[in-house]
Design a protein around this ligand. Structure first.
Ligand code: IFM
Length: 435
């Protein structure tokens, strides 16, 4: 049970749940092409227990039951992603009719249940043929992505409540091309620098392609962290500034100020694409909304031996999720107020917030505290219009495989049986106002 009331959020505030295609669909049939996650997860050593998304939670076949859960939970909206390789198996060119059919059924299934579809175009499953051509390192990705965006907008646009271009560009670029933790698993500064720019250039290019097809309510989803200095000294404060630039400001400044933080353009100068400045008008095309995914804070300490800026993330003292992420609701309030004050007056949606945990009573407490943090941010002027819990179901947590459970609904991976947890019931109570 939560301590907040639905009425506290005012009329029109949307509550939803979120998922992503590769993490739940499975269904690698019916003409779906290969994605970078198929080969990355098939490569020994990349993923805990060697888990893959080949079957995932079989949402491809079980979507009616899953949408019933969204409806019965009382949620207004469902955030899902289209799988690019299901729609365009080669990444560009021929469209897979069975893929269109699947998403027709899914989107119509939401509408039939009174659920607003919040779509994401790219939640990390790049078609493998495009990776063969350099993927996010190749500037041409902007054109490939715009072609795919236009297909989606043309076919589904009038049925979608909102469209986000990219989910978590930091992960697409840095986590995947510098830290090597996600597909395609590069550990290369030039690869990362190029991906950091191309992901935002592709976003801006797709915004125009979406609008040209009549799409409304176009946005992007950023993962933001509350960055703080580990100690009070100047060196740790500088470390925090650099960490914040890499994680938050590259994306916020690029999108809303049309320039990247100078400390990064200087540091990455040898590796960034030539004349990237010319693209900044495209990168910063006006949007209709901003999505914020929030999980934790980052604590930075100075360490001359640390790569790039001599800035290292260190473990903090706060209570943690089972992934070791500190639980810090105040950080969500602070971030939202910062975004609204320093960057944009656009409507903000919390597009993801949640906790990997097997003890569900801790998850209920997590959500309760973060819902209060959203209310506090609204009171301080942040125009937050909705909140999506991550995630509807336990699912494929990327490099963590199936070991990590974020769901409001438990999934038995042997039988695919779905069982609502207490956290699902807590949302149900809030949204049906029955607590
Ligand atoms: O599961 C992921 C999701 O795909 C993107 N945002 C963070 C979640 C939890 O790690």
């Amino acid at each position: 049970m939560f301590s907040v009331d639905r009425g506290d959020f005012g009329p029109g505030f949307l509550f939803g749940v979120a998922t992503a295609a590769y993490q739940i669909e499975g269904g690698q049939t019916d003409g779906r092409g290969s994605s970078i996650w198929d080969s990355f997860s098939a490569t020994p050593g990349n993923i805990k227990n060697g888990d893959t998304g080949r079957i995932a939670v079989d949402h491809y076949h079980r979507w009616p039951e899953d949408l019933d859960l969204v409806r019965d939970g009382g949620f207004d909206a469902y955030r899902f992603s289209f799988a690019w390789p299901r729609l365009l198996p080669e990444g560009t060119g021929p469209v897979n009719a069975a893929g269109l059919d699947f998403y027709d059924r899914l989107v119509d299934g939401m509408l039939a249940r009174g659920i607003k579809p919040f779509a994401t175009l790219y939640h990390w499953d790049l078609p493998s043929p495009l990776q063969d051509r350099g993927g996010w390192m190749n500037r041409d990705v902007a054109g490939w992505f715009a072609e795919y965006a236009a297909v989606v907008a043309h076919h589904f646009g009038d049925r979608l409540a909102a469209i986000a271009t990219i989910n978590e560009p930091w992960c697409v670029a840095f986590l995947s091309h510098y830290l090597g933790v996600h597909a395609p698993g590069y550990r290369d500064l030039r690869a990362a620098s190029r991906a950091m720019h191309h992901v935002l250039f592709a976003h801006g290019t797709a915004v125009a392609a979406l609008r040209a097809e009549g799409a409304k309510n176009v946005g992007i989803v950023l993962n933001l962290e509350k960055s703080e200095a580990a100690g009070a000294g100047a060196a740790d404060r500088a470390a925090q500034t650099h960490g914040d630039a890499l994680f938050n400001r590259w994306y916020l400044d690029g999108l809303f100020k049309g320039r990247y933080p100078e400390e990064l353009t200087t540091l990455l100068a040898p590796w960034l694409p030539e004349a990237f400045e010319r693209d900044m008008e495209v990168v910063s095309r006006p949007l209709d909304w901003l999505g914020v995914n929030y999980y934790t804070r980052a604590l930075y300490a100075a360490d001359p031996a640390a790569p790039l800026f001599g800035s290292r993330r260190v473990a903090g003292p706060l209570e943690k999720s089972d992934l070791g992420w500190e639980i810090y609701p105040q950080g969500l309030t602070d971030l939202l107020v910062r975004v609204a004050t320093d960057y944009t007056k656009l409507p903000i949606y919390i597009t993801e917030n949640g906790m990997s945990e097997t003890d569900d009573s801790r998850r209920v407490a997590f959500y309760d505290a973060h819902l209060k943090a959203v209310l506090a941010a609204r009171q301080q002027g942040a125009d937050v219009r909705g909140y999506f819990a991550w995630s509807l179901l336990d699912n494929y947590e990327w490099a963590e495989g199936y070991a990590s459970r974020f769901g409001l609904v438990h999934v038995d991976y042997e039988t695919q049986r779905r069982t609502p947890k207490g956290s699902y019931r807590a949302f149900q109570g809030l949204l049906h106002n029955t607590r």
